[in-house]
Design a protein. Structure first.
Length: 409
């Protein structure tokens, strides 16, 4: 027996098993979870016609972009905003603790207007360059406005012509403040007062920065997915994952003995690599994503089954364990490569044509397929070569071969 080779096999195997036991829980918990796992809010918005503005394809697409900016600036974790049909927009907000405030921002038109005494609109939100929540000198929460070059000129002209007169700052038809102009303001900046809290001022600033919606938006559905339902889905998914992995382990060890043990060790490394890649890509884990992971595990084992069956066939034809292993991997590679490429093609199609959870499934499936090829072909072969080279056993029965015709010594 070659203790050096056996030692390498044991050290690598124990390192993989130990790393899996230590890091699998914190690694899986570090990945962002979708609405179906952690709960949150599901909102359906609908664009509606008004006498002034009609809903068309361009208006809905622009509304989606504006809502995306508003949601992203709220700092929510991995929101999903997508168009549905002709005039609807689906918004999913995972982990939202106060959905009412978020929903109030989504469908608000946020049309900002500066009007003179006669009621004429001189500036709008289109003239803004930036808007930020600030604390004024009087320790009040205000929104600081910065105009574009053209907007600054309009504002300077507006204030110069209305000294001693009020200027109304209106948002969606509601007067936010109505200050009296003391002097011409030429710096291209202004303030909106009236916010009761800093949070309220920040929300108003977000609305103004993101721009006004081109059409009226109404909330058609507001469904909250509670943490209990999300936790229940998560626990069932983890249970299904565990049962699937244990079933795979039992099958591989029962039919392929030592080869099956090697495949199971490589599978543990595969799961850790998959979760690590998802964390690095800042991916969001959803129920369809978990389904993609489980499916890719089955495909990884499928590759090992093809290799080990070839391996057993070569042993029955009289080859040594080492040469049978090399032949098994080499001859099964083309079949494995072809099957994985076709699966990758399907995943790419699902990603480009699908939406929301379907894209998540496609991403996890594609990543899983690529990593499963690496673990099934490279890692398994690496470990199996150390085990066979150690001469731990030369009995083919330990590799799942019941009755070889002849084995060359």
């Amino acid at each position: 027996m070659r203790w050096n080779e056996l030692g390498k096999f044991l050290i690598i195997s124990l390192a993989i098993i130990g790393g899996f036991c230590v890091y699998i829980s914190p690694l899986s918990n570090s990945i962002k979870q979708g609405l179906d796992l952690q709960g949150g809010t599901h909102v359906v918005l609908q664009a509606v016609d008004t006498p002034e503005l009609k809903v068309d394809d361009d208006a809905v697409n622009r509304s989606v972009k504006i809502i995306e900016r508003r949601v992203n600036e709220l700092g929510l974790t991995e929101p999903v905003i997508q168009r549905q049909g002709k005039d609807r927009i689906i918004v999913e907000l995972p982990g939202v603790k106060d959905p009412d405030k978020a929903i109030a921002m989504l469908g608000r038109t946020a049309l900002l207007e500066f009007k003179d005494v006669s009621g004429k609109t001189v500036l709008t939100g289109k003239d803004l360059k930036d808007a930020k929540a600030q604390i004024s000198q009087g320790n009040q929460s205000v929104v600081g406005l910065e105009f574009s070059d053209e907007g600054g000129k309009k504002f300077a002209d507006l204030t110069a012509r209305n000294i001693g007169k009020p200027i109304a700052i209106v948002l969606d038809g509601e007067v936010l403040t109505n200050p009296v102009v003391q002097e011409a303001i030429t710096g291209g900046r202004a303030q909106i007062s009236g916010s009761r809290t800093m949070e309220e001022a920040e929300h108003l600033a977000i609305l103004l920065r993101s721009g006004s919606l081109p059409v009226k938006i109404e909330v058609m559905e507001n469904r909250t997915v509670g943490p209990t339902l999300g936790q229940d889905s998560k626990e069932k998914s983890i249970k299904a994952f565990g049962i699937g992995v244990i079933g795979v382990f039992v099958f591989m060890i029962l039919f392929y003995r030592l080869s099956g043990i090697v495949a199971c060790i490589a599978l543990l490394l595969y799961v850790m690599m998959l979760l690590l890649v998802m964390r690095y890509l800042n991916a969001t884990l959803t129920l369809p994503g978990i389904a993609g992971i489980i499916l890719s595990i089955g495909m990884a084992v499928d590759a090992n089954v093809l290799i080990f069956e070839r391996f057993k066939e070569e042993i029955r034809n009289g080859k040594t364990l080492r040469s049978a292993m090399d032949a098994g991997f080499n001859r099964a590679f083309v079949t494995i490569f072809d099957s994985n490429v076709t699966t990758l093609m399907a995943a790419v199609i699902l990603f480009y044509l699908g939406t929301g959870p379907i894209k998540g499934f496609a991403v996890t499936l594609a990543i899983g397929v690529i990593l499963s090829m690496f673990s099934a072909i490279t890692v398994t072969k690496f470990l199996l070569r150390f085990l066979i080279s150690s001469s731990f056993t030369k009995n083919p029965a330990f590799f799942g071969v019941s009755a070889p015709k002849e084995v060359n010594k």
